[in-house]
Design a protein around this ligand. Structure first.
Ligand SMILES: C[S@@+](CC[C@H](N)C(=O)[O-])C[C@H]1O[C@@H](n2cnc3c(N)ncnc32)[C@H](O)[C@@H]1O
Length: 298
């Protein structure tokens, strides 16, 4: 792999796009294709790219209302916006603003839909949430300018993958235990079968000459004998890295867990990666992580 030869960056599980923002800033010459199966998320990014001022105006208005209101009126406003979002009322910019508003004021910033596809997260309780982060939205507008944004299944990008592509996949993580498994009833189930299908897809990308990177949870956090990914990617480079995922509300249970970075090229980490196993409390933390990951798309 000659890194200078990379011309295209593809991220088919976009979510909040944390990696894409970094890549776009560091490598402005790249052609970028970003995809997610959540059409509402992609439409939101599209509206931020194409009409950020209208999105900001609406968010500013709701922020003013929210900050001045007491709890009852705040809840009313939340439900009003949620109903409009579910009815797909208003312009693309209004819909995008609703998506951001619900993300900023809903319970734990979750994104969750019921079987009918209706967003059903209850209101959260915040003192003075930043609903209209204009600087951030304008920066996102700049980053998205050249980005090809698409809604769909990750498999649909295969045609764009060639020897000049870097593809990064951050799929819904594999739950660490049966009790942590929400995949049985989650609408967007991503169980072991889907993880296997994804590995077959990534092998096809590799065969096309692309540089491939995948991240996932490390089953060793919960069970040192669970070699699901080690077996699935036995002929790839598997790097175990500590990840800081502090979503546990009990401070004493916060801390690093181990995650997997799987690549089809060798990786050297600065200083070497710690290879800790079975960290205390890791399973509990990851069960919550799985919940967060399975339901959070932005
Ligand atoms: C773990 S999140 C990605 C997190 C992201 N890297 C970030 O920084 O937030 C997984 C994302 O994959 C999307 N997704 C799930 N199944 C998919 C599929 N089959 N094809 C494309 N996207 C999918 C979900 O909508 C969700 O946004």
């Amino acid at each position: 792999m000659r890194w200078g030869a990379i011309q295209t960056y593809i991220e088919p599980f976009l979510g909040s796009g944390a990696v894409l923002f970094d890549v776009a800033a560091q490598f402005p010459h790249l052609k970028i294709l970003a995809l997610d199966r959540n059409p509402r998320l992609i439409a939101t990014y599209g509206a931020i790219r194409d009409e950020a001022p209208a999105v900001i105006r609406q968010l500013w208005e709701w922020q003013e209302q929210y900050w001045q209101a007491g709890e009852t009126v705040r809840r009313q406003l939340y439900h009003q916006v949620r109903d409009r979002f579910n009815a797909e009322e208003g312009s693309a910019a209004d819909q995008a603003a609703a998506f951001v508003f619900l993300n900023r004021t809903g319970f734990n910033g979750l994104y969750r839909v019921n079987r009918q596809g209706r967003f059903n997260v209850p209101p959260g309780r915040y003192r003075r949430p930043l609903i209209c982060d204009a600087a951030n939205l304008l920066q996102a507008q700049r980053v998205f300018q050249g980005v090809d944004l698409r809604a769909g299944d990750y498999g649909s990008v295969l045609g764009q993958v060639d020897a000049h592509t870097f593809i990064y996949c951050d799929p819904p993580y594999r739950p660490l235990s049966a009790t942590a498994s929400f995949t049985a009833y989650a609408r967007d189930a991503f169980g072991d079968e889907q993880q296997r299908e994804l590995s077959a897809f990534l092998r096809r990308c590799r065969a096309r000459g692309a540089a491939v990177m995948l991240s996932n949870s490390d089953p060793h956090n919960a069970d040192p004998h669970d070699d699901f990914f080690d077996a699935l990617y036995h002929d790839w480079t598997i790097t175990r890295v500590p990840a800081r995922r502090s979503i546990n509300s009990q401070g004493d249970r916060r801390g690093p867990v181990q995650e997997l970075v799987i690549t089809n090229y060798p990786v050297t980490l600065p200083g070497g990666a710690p290879q800790q196993k079975n960290w205390r409390g890791a399973q509990d933390r990851l069960e919550e992580d799985s919940l967060h990951k399975n339901y959070s798309s932005h």
